[in-house]
Design a protein. Structure first.
Length: 60
């Protein structure tokens, strides 16, 4: 009985270590996608220049 426990102890220790590493990898913060762009989307036409459309709207 003691022999079986001594033989299983290293295996169980290795299993515990592997499960700890796996849980750390699963529950950490996700990295940003590699294909993500840094620029923001321009949802309004002329959003880059800005002032041209706003001046026409204010004058009217």
């Amino acid at each position: 009985m003691v022999t079986v426990a001594v033989l299983l102890l290293p295996g169980l220790g290795l299993l515990l270590f592997a499960m700890t590493c796996l849980e750390d990898r699963l529950f950490r913060d996700p990295a940003p996608p590699r294909h993500a762009r840094r620029r923001h989307l321009r949802l309004l036409p002329g959003g880059a220049s800005g002032g041209e459309h706003g001046a026409e709207r204010d004058a009217a």
